[in-house]
Design a binder for this molecule. Structure first.
Ligand SMILES: [Zn+2]
Length: 416
């Protein structure tokens, strides 16, 4: 039974001497509108559990099949809850490699005096949002996340980079990170690293007429030009603000630069290689400004980002406009199962090809950029679905895009 998660509070203690990270997490939730076993997810082995203050054997939280494939499994509490009742689940565990494809473990410094940790989420595989590390709901649900982080067993100061408010009660050692309650499991960015391995640059940008504080940080190993990346970031924030509308993420933007291969968008933030930076910043408008209504709707923002930025996966190039008939091979961009939780790789290239076809039908790329700006105006700070986008773009094209969605989003060969 799906539930409404209100708050997730977790204390994480990294001990760099013993190379262990212990977590005590509390998930507060309200059960759904009928009797049932509450669904959540956590891709870690649980040592100890308490439900409403009573001990619960970890076996009572085992994974369940959703019918959308093993990777899209969830956990359910093996207790039947009354409709609308409020509960608290407390979990204690040690952070291991998250049980999800492509996940990366906590990185302990070989010298034994430091730790590097990145939430490092992904849309491409199920279970790669907050649930990798902490108990959470699926990405449709807004939840207040509070992380208390402590680094023990070393005198070396550490730094936390996050898109939430960070308070240090013991500088370089303990961090209280509070994320806005509008965040969902795909919103929070967090990078923890030894302070001497982080290079930072700060500046200002003007985004749709409002001032924005911009912070760019790089891990030394990334070999990135931080000052150059800051200048690019300021320019892109200004351009996207002018073209697609007001910033939806408070008064800050934060980027953490990694070596090539890493690129992920968060609300008003990114962890990215320098090459992917423009693509990831664009996502603060589309993907994390307008959020997907469910994980299966994630194809929309990859299609848009590929079409509108210099993405290396864009076959047709930026701002393509090309006639697209209903005679090409069908492509599935939105997985059909309601519990599916991944964005197919085709969302980039084939998604951008679909948008190039839409641009052609709308009267050119400039018209499609106007349509995207209107989409952002209508849905910024909210969630939107695949059918919402079909409706919106159909209006801009003056024709029903249903047949194109059926063939190039749902992957269905036969007309309805
Ligand atoms: Zn992307």
């Amino acid at each position: 039974m799906p539930v409404d998660v209100g708050r997730v509070r977790a204390a994480v203690r990294f001990d760099v001497a013993t190379r262990e990270a212990e977590v005590s997490a509390t998930m507060s939730f309200t059960s759904g509108d009928r009797e049932g076993r509450p669904v959540f997810d956590l891709r870690q082995d649980v040592d100890e559990a308490f439900f409403d203050g009573r001990p619960l054997p970890p076996e009572a939280l085992r994974y369940r099949s959703t019918g959308a494939g093993d990777e899209a499994r969830v956990r359910a509490v093996d207790l039947v809850c009354d409709p609308g009742s409020r509960h608290e689940l407390v979990l204690r565990y040690r952070l291991g490699l998250p049980q999800a494809t492509g996940a990366v473990p906590v990185a302990w410094a070989p010298s034994g005096d430091g730790v590097t940790f990145d939430l490092w989420m992904s849309d491409l595989e199920p279970g790669r949002y907050l649930e990798m590390w902490f108990p959470a709901n699926l990405c449709h649900d807004e939840l207040a996340l509070e992380l208390d982080i402590e680094v023990n067993g070393s005198d070396r100061p550490h730094t936390v980079l996050a898109n939430g408010a960070v308070r240090q009660s013991a500088p370089g050692r303990t961090f209280e990170v509070r994320y806005p309650p509008s965040y969902t499991s795909l919103s929070p960015m967090l990078v923890l690293a030894p302070s001497d391995e982080v290079v930072t640059a700060q500046g200002d940008a003007t985004c749709a007429g409002r001032p924005l504080r911009v912070g760019v940080a790089a891990l030394r190993g990334a070999g990135a030009d931080v000052a150059g990346a800051l200048a690019d970031t300021q320019a892109w924030l200004g351009y996207f603000g002018n073209r697609y509308g007001p910033w939806a993420h408070g008064d800050r933007f934060t980027a953490v630069l990694w070596a090539p291969g890493r690129g992920m968008e968060y609300d008003g933030a990114t962890t990215s290689s320098p090459e992917a930076l423009e693509h990831e910043i664009f996502h603060s408008w589309f993907g994390r400004g307008v959020k997907p209504a469910s994980a299966g709707d994630g194809w929309m923002d990859e299609a848009m980002a590929t079409w509108a930025t210099a993405s290396r996966r864009a076959g047709a190039g930026r701002f393509g406009s090309e006639e697209l008939g209903l005679d090409q091979a069908p492509v599935e961009l939105r997985p059909p199962h309601p519990w599916s939780r991944h964005t197919p790789r085709e969302a980039y290239g084939d998604g951008a090809r679909l948008l190039a076809g839409v641009a052609h039908m709308a009267g050119g790329p400039d018209r499609l950029r106007n349509a995207l700006a209107a989409w952002h105006r209508a849905y910024a700070g909210r969630h939107a679905s695949t059918s919402d986008l079909c409706r919106h773009l159909s209006q801009w094209c003056g024709q029903d895009l249903g047949p194109w969605w059926r063939r190039y989003v749902d992957g269905l060969a036969e007309p309805a």
